[in-house]
Design a protein around this ligand. Structure first.
Ligand SMILES: Nc1ncnc2c1ncn2[C@@H]1O[C@H](COP(=O)(O)OP(=O)(O)OP(=O)(O)O)[C@@H](O)[C@H]1O
Ligand SMILES: [Mg+2]
Length: 481
């Protein structure tokens, strides 16, 4: 800040105002106001860094002025002046957000010092806010978290394309966040009041999809008893999200192409064109280019859709985001399940980093929910996560998550559990090191093969022939809860 800092002096007594101004005007740009209305006027129209106000302003209440000032978008730092006997009120003012208070009669040096200190704290605060905003803008827009290198161009494109009307094609494996991104683009489009209407194309038969999208007139086909407004019309002025676009049949593709090209649609059973103003965002987990090559998807439609393309990377290609995402879900899902926030235990993250997450972020979210639900302590440990995480890529999986001591269990039981858990970890590590060879693992552990066998049984470990369990089968209780 090159210019002088500005101080607004508010007092109903003229001699206090003048005295303060005289003593402060060498160092600061001073404004004076004799009542709350005047003060607010300055606060609204000028940049005021510090407001120095009496708590008693004749008719007006300094506390109300404080609240009004702090509610402004560019709130000043507020210092309250108070008569010697009313320190309680001044403390209350600080509770409501005042920076500090000075008692009357005023010590002018003290006032000056306090103002300087307040200004320093304000600068710091601003820097912090700016930094935080910068970080958040970069790493999270509209709930899309991601600080991995691969996410940066995606975040940039989302922000760049959102305000335009361009059609966007979002590609990515299942659970990579396609719908989240589509909604973010809509929310950032500058037309947030308008609707986003989603159509899950794969779920509907061709005929139903067509009338779903474009609507139909009464009697246009058997069962069409009423006229129906289609999704395009519902989304007018807003965004139409076409999920699983790769699944639409040839005839709907033609109609869609026309709707996109001419911005008009016709209801099924009518030839009257209806003009529409809809932004289309499409998503697919298939390789559309390949489908075009194979003649399964119209090339002209493909090019219409992919004015801008976003390819969302699978989670295995952005593992550095796992910790941030996991923490985000820990907070969200603890709340949703009526549990207190739990941090990840030491052994959980390494296992999560090793795993490939075929179901991507959705799978991560449901694994965390599993953990939150299964843990009764302040940590989500590896043992609380779905079984397939215990031994990724291995032949051993835990059949059901180990039962845990209830929270009211005696401390004895708890420490027993920890010892047991440590042993389980050792066994799992040995199995991993030995390439799942029980004889070698038993040797590593210094126990007989039979003992290991028994322990594995106790641990509820079973041999499986799958190299990696499908998440739905892994005992996950995520989405279904
Ligand atoms: N970058 C992200 N930050 C935070 N949460 C995310 C992110 N990406 C996805 N999610 C969350 O993961 C879950 C799956 O995301 P979404 O439904 O958008 O995936 P999708 O690609 O549409 O999946 P599908 O192809 O299976 O429909 C949602 O709960 C979503 O909120
Ligand atoms: Mg989806």
């Amino acid at each position: 800040m090159d210019d002088q800092a500005t101080v607004l002096i508010v007092d109903d007594e003229k001699h206090t105002r003048d005295g303060l101004r005289l003593s402060l005007e060498d160092d600061f740009d001073c404004y004076v106001a004799s009542n709350a209305a005047e003060a607010i006027e300055y606060l609204r129209n000028d940049r005021i860094d510090v407001m120095l106000t009496d708590l008693r302003l004749g008719e007006d209440d300094g506390m109300k002025l404080l609240e009004a000032a702090l509610a402004l978008p560019k709130a000043p730092v507020c210092i309250m002046m108070t008569a010697y006997g009313s320190v309680d009120t001044a403390v209350e003012a600080m509770r409501r957000g005042a920076y500090h208070f000075v008692t009357k009669p005023l010590n002018l040096d003290e006032v000056e010092l306090l103002i300087k200190r307040a200004l320093r704290s304000r600068t710091l605060e601003h820097e912090n806010v700016a930094l935080k905003q910068q970080v958040e803008r970069k790493f999270s827009i509209e709930g899309i978290l991601g600080q991995a290198e691969v996410m940066k161009p995606i975040m940039d494109t989302i922000q760049q394309v959102a305000p335009s009307r361009a059609t966007v094609l979002i590609e990515g494996e299942s659970g990579t966040g396609k719908e989240l991104v589509a909604r973010a683009i809509h929310n950032l489009s500058g037309r947030p009041k308008a609707n986003i209407v989603a159509v899950h194309c794969a779920a509907l038969s061709p005929q139903i999809l067509e009338s779903e999208l474009f609507g139909h007139e009464k009697g246009s086909f058997t069962g069409a008893q009423e006229r129906r407004i289609g999704r395009f019309e519902q989304a007018n002025g807003g965004t139409l999200f076409l999920d699983e676009i790769g699944e639409i049949d040839a005839s709907t593709q033609v109609k869609l192409l026309r709707a996109l090209g001419e911005q008009t649609i016709e209801r099924v059973g009518s030839s009257k064109p209806i003009s529409i103003n809809v932004r289309v965002i499409a998503a697919t987990n298939r390789n559309l280019a390949k489908m075009v090559e194979e003649g399964k998807f119209r090339e002209d439609l493909y090019w219409r859709l992919r004015v801008v393309t976003l390819h969302l990377p699978p989670l295995r290609d952005r593992k550095s985001d796992i910790a941030v995402l996991a923490d985000h879900f820990l907070k969200e899902l603890a709340k949703a399940n009526g549990k207190t926030y739990k941090a990840l235990g030491d052994d959980a993250l390494p296992a999560m980093m090793k795993y490939d997450w075929p179901g991507n972020i959705r799978e991560l979210r449901s694994a965390i929910e599993h953990g939150v639900v299964m843990s009764n302590s302040s940590r989500v440990m590896l043992k609380h996560l779905p079984a397939y995480l215990l031994n990724p890529g291995g032949l051993w999986v835990r059949k059901t998550p180990a039962a845990e001591a209830p929270p009211e269990a005696a401390p004895q039981a708890k420490s027993d559990l920890d010892v047991e858990e440590a042993e389980h970890q050792l066994i799992l590590t040995a199995l991993q090191r030995s390439g799942n060879n029980r004889t070698v693992a038993a040797e590593l552990l210094g126990m007989s093969r039979r003992t290991l066998q028994r322990k594995l049984k106790e641990m509820n470990m079973v041999r499986t022939h799958r190299r990696r369990m499908k998440p739905e089968l892994g005992g996950s209780i995520g989405e279904g809860l």
